[in-house]
Write a protein that binds this ligand. Sequence first.
Ligand code: FAD
Length: 381
Amino acid sequence: MKYDYIIAGSGCAGLSLLYRILNDNDLHQKQILVIDKSQKNKNDRTWCFWEKGEGIFEEIVTHQWETLEFLSDDFQRQFAMENYRYKMIQGIDFYNFVLAIAKKRKNVTLLSETITNITSVDGKARVTTENAEYSATYVFNSTSLFYPKMDTKNSLLQHFEGWVIKTSTPVFDASVGRLMDFRLSQEHGATFMYVLPTSETEALVEYTLFTEKVLEKEQYKSALKAYIKDYLQIDDYEIKHTEFGVIPMSLAKFSRKVPDEKNIINLGTAGGFTKASSGYTFQFVQKHTEKIINLLKEGKHPNPKLTFRDKMFQWYDRTLLEVILSDKMQGKDIFATIFKNRDIETILAFLGNESSVWEDMKVMSCLPIMPFLTSGIKQLR
Ligand SMILES: Cc1cc2nc3c(=O)[nH]c(=O)nc-3n(C[C@H](O)[C@H](O)[C@H](O)COP(=O)(O)OP(=O)(O)OC[C@H]3O[C@@H](n4cnc5c(N)ncnc54)[C@H](O)[C@@H]3O)c2cc1C
């Protein structure tokens, strides 16, 4: 069978691209092979992101917030957003939604196999699995096969355990999402809680750290229990769902294309779309896959060029991560300074790579110059 595209890895990035292809008038009949080692039938993660207006996955958004909250030792602030909305999508809803559409299309083949290699042969991209070889004009890869080398010198781990809790009485305000609560011990590194209520009786509470190593399982559990009791003042609750995740926050160069392999395009985390300074990925995957569709429609090579602004945002990210990695300033103090001094629309535009240069200056001007200058110069090299 001749395939136009192979989608290697059908998680967030692979299925976002597939959904866009299947909804495009020019591309929806292409022959597509989707390979993943997993069946994608578990609710293994919850994606949160922000955007203006409605996105393409609007119908599977579980909840959205118009107000966000930031808390630190010396200040607490609620921000009513004007244009942005903070949104939540459950992993399982996303997988089911896209895969249900794909299963109805004759031109889409879904395979459950482990990929062992991806390479180019005679101008075609070739995927090798434990069972067979498949080739296509382009392979869109989001597996970890081409991850760069990461270690404690160039990377932090963002690791977290989240619990969806259900209370017997109404306790939450579902209109306010708690983005970061830094009123916690920072002994391991930047540490905060994230509380996203989806109703008066249900919320996702997530204990998140940016550190070199993950903790013992028990440490996440005791931190969550203590926070729910002492800060949320809830004694009576049931844990409906748990999730655990580790996201790389790295200075290592994740490449959008595999060097010397013209027909292999990296997506998602593999392509560097996990923001080094925050771990957010979902919204950057959406922008990238939209650009790929536009290039494919124009008959161009589907590797969107990095713009000057893309490079600037990468440099900001690397600088911020370097400041934290080299202990020049604590993550808690960086975020607290920004959230104390700037408005939410500017902050979200900046963190979402959507700000103007003027807004970049506004955010950066509230931070101390020296640590960022020295790290910034280092990251220019
Ligand atoms: C628990 C959790 C919560 C997160 N929450 C957020 C959030 O709120 N907001 C946000 O923006 N980001 C979040 N992230 C980060 C990021 O959005 C996700 O990790 C996202 O899933 C990355 O998309 P991806 O397509 O690159 O990788 P994945 O979604 O992990 O997809 C990669 C796919 O490749 C498959 N695969 C890997 N290796 C092979 C192989 N050798 N052969 C075959 N298949 C293979 C995997 O099975 C997987 O399906 C979260 C991550 C985790 C783990």
